[in-house]
Design a protein around this ligand. Structure first.
Ligand code: HEC
Ligand code: HEC
Ligand code: HEC
Ligand code: HEC
Ligand code: HEC
Ligand code: HEC
Ligand code: HEC
Ligand code: HEC
Length: 350
């Protein structure tokens, strides 16, 4: 009976207070419009009566608010939800899990802006006002700002090779998904994450670098790394200025690697090999999610346009450091390296 009458009192107080709030000109009979269970300056930040200050002094333990504002803080007996004014405090049930109510999903929905957490969890996320440190779970030196918090392998060291999809931002793992696409084959080709990423991205040094998380939800791919910037046709072809990826068509255009290059007979010391004014690649538009997009012959014909024709078994006569008589690439470091490899020599495309 005791708890029942307690609830009744709260209900009455609550409804009086609420009706006084919703229509101050018309308070319930016999009740002053200023009746409240809370101090007058309860929502004034500068006041010592401020509810935030009251909670701070109790280490942000909001359990005492539950009896009126509800077990989930979303209204309760008094129908005043904390979430009308706060988007995530007190933390909802499931906040530490993996489901829709998780802090991870909340942060994602907030365009990955989690600066607000610092006010309680500390500037370096290691517990300041509250005893709960983000670093209990986010154990890398950068805490939740580690590169692999949001993409790549979550439970791994904070290295570039662990920050690459899979997994994608939404935990995608399938190469048919653009978030994953041909990342892994490219890293295998370049031999290291450091060499690979810079060819297609401006790699942020920290999470907060300008241009990194820019709110459009689309990762930017640009092709101005050391290899992607290879210039040919005596300076006339600069693929890094036109290379582009489209998140709509999922294709890459005008990249050096996939054939945006040309050599001019007029400036070649090997002009005998030319069948036209120019030897050039196919300037292909490979689809990022098509595993066959870089088959032999897609980036350049065999041999390329404008080159005197030969059968594939003949290429090795002159390009012996790159290819064998069966037409296999025998040294990947000399093929798609921005250099002409012929007659045992290596010279720039320029
Ligand atoms: C005894 C019931 C009760 C308890 C316990 C309670 N509240 Fe309230 N709260 C109310 C009622 C009723 C209102 C409606 C407006 C009013 O009376 O100020 C309210 C309103 C509020 C408001 C909105 C005030 C405004 O002017 O819009 C805040 C903020 C608030 N409560 C915070 C808290 C916090 C934080 C706690 C726990 C430390 C807490 N309340 C505990 C009953 C309670
Ligand atoms: C009518 C709006 C309103 C409601 C309802 C409300 N708050 Fe607040 N609360 C505020 C405002 C405004 C601040 C100050 C925010 C700021 O620092 O910019 C604040 C601050 C706080 C802080 C301090 C945060 C910090 O960084 O130190 C805590 C804790 C808090 N509220 C808890 C609660 C709880 C628990 C409830 C529900 C029981 C609640 N609030 C309901 C408006 C509200
Ligand atoms: C107003 C203070 C406050 C703010 C702001 C705040 N937290 Fe918390 N956080 C707490 C308190 C207090 C706890 C202790 C448990 C609880 O009340 O849920 C906690 C606990 C947690 C936990 C569980 C820790 C554990 O060891 O189980 C996680 C995860 C968390 N917070 C994440 C966040 C994130 C992410 C943000 C920003 C989006 C954030 N918090 C903002 C006060 C805050
Ligand atoms: C109880 C362990 C735990 C605590 C404490 C914790 N996190 Fe997390 N956090 C995780 C897990 C697990 C994931 C990965 C969830 C997933 O893969 O969906 C995660 C994911 C994240 C993400 C990635 C979001 C995304 O969409 O990719 C961010 C950012 C983050 N947490 C920030 C924080 C901050 C800030 C704090 C402290 C205020 C914190 N976390 C405290 C366990 C925790
Ligand atoms: C809090 C989550 C989060 C963290 C931590 C994070 N990223 Fe990202 N990253 C994203 C999001 C979201 C995108 C998609 C960007 C967009 O919307 O433009 C992205 C995109 C990228 C891209 C693609 C290029 C681009 O800018 O769009 C690279 C490369 C990248 N991140 C590397 C890193 C590195 C390196 C770190 C660590 C220094 C890091 N990320 C830390 C969320 C994160
Ligand atoms: C051959 C070019 C290429 C290379 C090399 C490459 N990326 Fe990407 N990356 C892309 C493309 C294209 C996308 C955009 C896919 C899309 O449409 O969402 C992308 C997307 C991303 C995303 C966002 C994924 C998501 O979930 O939306 C991240 C993060 C990323 N790359 C990081 C890296 C890192 C880290 C490396 C180096 C280890 C790397 N990438 C190497 C082309 C590349
Ligand atoms: C008789 C010698 C010879 C044969 C055989 C030959 N090439 Fe070439 N190739 C050259 C020379 C010389 C150049 C360089 C032209 C220049 O320096 O202007 C060249 C240039 C190229 C280029 C363009 C630039 C670069 O990176 O080297 C490609 C691609 C190429 N050859 C592919 C092939 C393929 C594929 C075959 C076999 C189907 C083949 N070549 C057979 C002599 C040959
Ligand atoms: C991803 C695009 C791509 C694919 C696929 C590709 N190539 Fe190339 N290839 C190039 C580029 C770019 C060059 C220009 C020179 C350089 O950067 O090494 C080249 C040059 C060559 C050369 C001239 C020697 C040299 O490297 O300078 C030969 C021979 C050659 N390719 C044969 C082949 C054969 C055979 C295949 C299939 C097994 C093949 N290529 C597939 C992009 C490609």
């Amino acid at each position: 009976m005791k708890s029942y009458s307690t609830i009744m009192i709260f209900l009455i107080v609550g409804s009086l207070a609420l009706s006084s709030c919703s229509d101050p000109k018309d308070p319930p009979l016999g009740v002053s419009s200023s009746v409240s269970v809370h101090p007058a300056a309860w929502i004034q930040k500068s006041s010592s009566e401020f509810h935030g200050a009251a909670l701070e002094s109790s280490n942000y333990d909001a359990a005492s608010c539950q009896q009126c504002h509800g077990n989930n803080y979303d209204g309760g007996l008094v129908d005043v939800s904390c979430y009308t004014c706060h988007s995530n405090f007190p933390h909802p049930a499931g906040w530490t899990g993996l489901g829709d109510a998780s802090h991870s999903k909340y942060i994602q929905a907030n365009n990955y802006d989690f600066r607000s957490c610092k006010s309680c969890h500390g500037e370096d996320y290691s517990a300041v006002k509250v005893d709960n440190s983000c670093r209990t779970c986010h154990t890398n030196e950068a805490g939740p700002e580690a590169c692999n918090t949001c993409h790549g392998v979550f439970a791994a060291a904070d290295e570039l090779g662990n920050a690459v999809p899979p997994a994608g931002l939404n935990n995608e793992t399938d190469p048919s998904d653009p978030a994953i696409g041909a990342h892994q084959p490219h890293i295998a080709f370049f031999g290291s994450a450091e060499a690979a990423c810079q060819e297609c991205h401006i790699v942020p040094a920290t999470m907060t670098d300008i241009g990194h998380i820019d709110g459009d939800g689309q990762a930017e791919a640009v092709f101005n790394g050391p290899l992607g910037s290879t210039v040919s046709e005596n300076g006339a072809r600069q693929p890094s200025q036109t290379g582009a990826y489209s998140g709509q068509t999922l294709t890459c255009e005008n990249t050096y690697c996939h054939g945006n290059w040309g050599l001019l007979k007029s400036s070649s010391s090997n002009d005998f090999i030319y069948a036209a004014d120019k030897i050039e690649g196919n300037n292909a538009s490979p689809n990022w999610t098509d595993p066959n997009a870089a088959a032999c012959g897609t980036c350049h014909d065999l041999p390329p346009k404008g080159h005197t024709p030969f059968g594939v078994q003949a290429c090795s006569n002159c390009h012996s450091s790159v290819i064998d008589r069966a037409g296999n690439i025998i040294d990947a470091s000399k093929h798609v390296n921005g250099k002409i490899n012929v007659f045992g020599q290596e010279v720039p495309m320029f």
